[in-house]
Design a binder for this molecule. Structure first.
Ligand code: ADP
Ligand code: ZN
Length: 433
């Protein structure tokens, strides 16, 4: 089965823009059927006819996570619930979650995007695709499942955790493709080692798909070395379906954002004005192919930039850079702005450090401080004190050079930091206020 939808995936720039404009007008008309957008458009005097060109999208107000929370559960629906067949939602640890309802057509379109993404990264119907995402409300489970099935792979819903069972399934069924959050792959590798196994020697893995949480190029390189195969970056979010929004192709040179289904803007996170081409800003997305719950100008909070140039694969969709973090991930310590990924990059370049780390922000009588706890690899754990002391100093000085704050560095035992089944927690803020 071929999932190279050449006509749409290679649409020349101008035609792609015309196609987007047509889809955008349809989306705005449809969105106006929902109670939320009907009222919003009325207040701003907007309608589909307000769109003479793609750029006219800027006349429309942004939609924020809070709007979606306030409209929970049905405020953005354009159809009756009878016409929806699936609901996914975010964890909603604070207040209402964000719930997204899908019609049959929506689910088909989403699975198609995931199938297309997997194909672009070299996956074929002959592959055996194992998914270690949590299933249930989290979109990484069913999202990848449906996409891999649509492509025609044997898709194994292994679910999250239970590493020994993951490995057994991988071996028994000859898994060739594995989807996992990047922070899990380090842990999974230690379970391989406990069992006396090596994924390079003892599995048929050819391709990994990693995403759902920010990670650095250094982390990707490590994962590729541990597993002896390519790891492709995959980006998505529940509000925009889930996985399949942007995905790396075989060239691994940024993630193709499927512009036939999403309109992309990059704006300055404070002024909200468009940033010049190629500059980092907040990603704003408009759905162009959603029926039950279209979303206009959604502020994702994710920071990225559009990469210049074209991709040798021939796909004409723009490519976005690795997400450097969310604007709300940034923390301020001693007046300096820090993104966890800046620290991760330093740690992952150091051979003795394992894959897990935690940044703890705390205060004592002298004021606030930042502590970095980094797991050592098992063979470095027994290194002599002097060597580890040198390592601590090296990390502290590299972090100071990068973020202008000198951290307290603690090197801890392998597998000693707290683990989750889903996305890794990288920052713990214990400061008062
Ligand atoms: P998903 O189920 O796709 O992970 P969520 O709605 O739980 O969706 O989370 C989406 C958020 O996860 C994004 O807004 C982004 O902050 C983060 N994310 C998803 N994929 C990536 C990725 N490849 N790189 C960095 N961050 C990512
Ligand atoms: Zn490409």
């Amino acid at each position: 089965m071929n999932y190279w939808q050449e006509e749409i995936e290679t649409l020349p720039h101008e035609q792609l823009r015309n196609y987007q404009l047509k889809k955008l007008r349809e989306t705005v008309s449809r969105a106006g059927l929902s109670p939320f957008y009907r009222e919003l458009f009325r207040r701003h005097g907007l309608q589909a006819d307000s769109l003479g060109s793609i750029e006219d999208i800027r006349k429309f107000p942004f939609t924020c996570k809070n709007d979606l929370r306030e409209q929970y559960p049905f405020g953005l629906l354009t159809v009756s619930t009878d016409e929806t067949i699936r609901m996914h939602c975010t964890s909603g640890t604070t207040g209402n979650p964000v719930a997204v309802l899908h019609s049959r057509k929506d689910l088909h379109s989403w699975a198609n995007l995931v199938a297309r993404s997997l194909f672009a990264a070299g996956t074929r119907h002959t592959d055996i695709f194992q998914n270690s995402s949590g299933y249930g409300l989290f979109t990484g489970g069913l999202g990848f499942q449906n996409g891999a099935e649509m492509l025609g792979c044997l898709a194994i819903p292994a679910g999250a955790g239970n590493s020994r069972r993951q490995i057994k399934i991988m071996q028994d069924f000859g898994t060739t493709c594995l989807h996992a959050v990047p922070s899990y792959l380090g842990r999974l590798h230690s379970v391989f080692a406990e069992l006396g196994l090596d994924p390079i020697r003892d599995t048929r893995l050819k391709r990994l798909f990693i995403g759902a949480e920010p990670h650095s190029e250094e982390t990707r390189q490590r994962i590729q070395n541990l597993y002896g195969c390519k790891a492709f970056n995959s980006f998505g979010m529940t509000e925009m379906n889930g996985p399949g929004v942007a995905f790396e192709c075989e060239y691994q040179n940024g993630m193709h954002l499927w512009e036939d289904c999403y309109l992309v803007e990059i704006v300055h996170p404070e002024t909200l004005e468009p940033v010049p081409d190629g500059e980092v800003g907040e990603l704003v997305l408009t759905t162009l192919d959603r029926e039950a719950m279209p979303i206009i100008r959604y502020r994702t909070r994710d920071l990225t930039r559009i990469l210049p140039g074209t991709c040798p694969c021939g796909r004409s969709s723009c490519r976005i850079d690795r997400i450097t973090g969310r604007s709300d991930d940034m923390f301020i310590i001693k007046g300096c702005n820090v993104f966890p990924i800046q620290i991760e990059r330093i740690l992952m370049r150091i051979n003795e450090i394992g894959s897990d780390y935690l940044i703890v922000l705390d205060s004592n009588e002298e004021g606030d401080f930042m502590m970095i706890q980094a797991e050592l690899k098992s063979d470095s754990f027994s290194d002599e004190f002097k060597k580890l002391e040198g390592l601590r100093k090296k990390i502290a000085s590299e972090v100071r050079d990068e973020v202008q704050v000198t951290p307290v560095v603690q090197l801890v035992a392998p597998d000693s930091l707290p683990k989750t089944d889903g996305k890794a927690v990288r920052v713990k803020d214990l400061r008062k206020n």
